[in-house]
Ligand binder design. Structure first.
Ligand code: DC
Length: 208
């Protein structure tokens, strides 16, 4: 059983995907962490994000055991991840690991941007999670404030808008709702309501 959860930055897809995996007893993969880890290793190695040969080589030798790293969540790494994610060879290098993970028995939940369209087009259930840029920016802004960062709401909104544009306009596997994905708009929902709605959509899809 494969459940694909896609959506833009700060849509809540990661939290939802983790809750869904726990609910069904499935394995969970945050595929954004793969791109973030490539970005982290590129920056740590002193390479430029536009040094395609270096970035591709880092992606090809990425050790998935290094994904459990708090450093992956910082804003600079997310931005850098979005940039290197536009390199087709980087995406190709990360594909086999994601597809292999998706086959974990008895099931797997993967979240990202292109799970329902490219990584697992045959997933049993697909949800595209979204919310307005304004609401996503407000959630991310509050999260950053709790972490003691002093970015303004306007700066966070700007970053979210730029990230949306870069992730959805790139030529290689752009962020896109798959034709057969259910849309879950969480603009007016708390996390519990979004989770209940997601489980309802998944159960309906797998019983069809
Ligand atoms: O989901 P996230 O914010 O951790 O992802 C960071 C970046 O990685 C995102 O801006 C684009 C890229 N990404 C991608 O291109 N494809 C995925 N399946 C997951 C993430």
């Amino acid at each position: 059983m494969i459940i694909a959860i896609d959506g833009p930055a700060a849509s809540g897809k990661g939290t939802l995907a983790r809750m869904i995996a726990r609910h069904f007893g499935f394995a969970y993969l945050d595929t954004g962490a793969l791109y973030r880890a490539v970005a982290r290793d590129t920056l740590a190695g002193g390479f430029g994000l536009d040094d395609t040969a270096a970035v591709v080589s880092i992606a090809r030798s990425l050790d998935p055991a290094t994904l459990d790293d708090d450093g992956l969540r910082c804003p600079g790494v997310g931005e850098a991840a979005s940039r290197i994610a536009g390199i087709p060879e980087v995406r190709a290098a990360l594909l086999a690991y994601q597809r292999h993970f998706a086959k974990t028995p008895p099931g797997a939940v993967l979240d990202g941007r292109d799970i329902g369209t490219v990584v697992c087009p045959d997933a049993d259930a697909k949800i595209f999670v979204t919310a307005t840029a304004d609401v996503r920016a407000r959630r991310r802004f509050l999260e950053r404030q709790r972490q003691g960062e002093d970015a303004t709401y306007e700066q966070v909104l700007d970053l979210i808008r730029n990230r949306d544009a870069r992730d959805s306009e790139r030529g290689s596997s752009p962020m896109k709702r798959a034709d057969d994905a259910d849309l879950l708009d969480t603009t007016e929902m708390g996390i519990q309501a979004a989770f209940d709605a997601a489980v309802g959509l998944i159960k309906r899809k797998i019983s069809q």
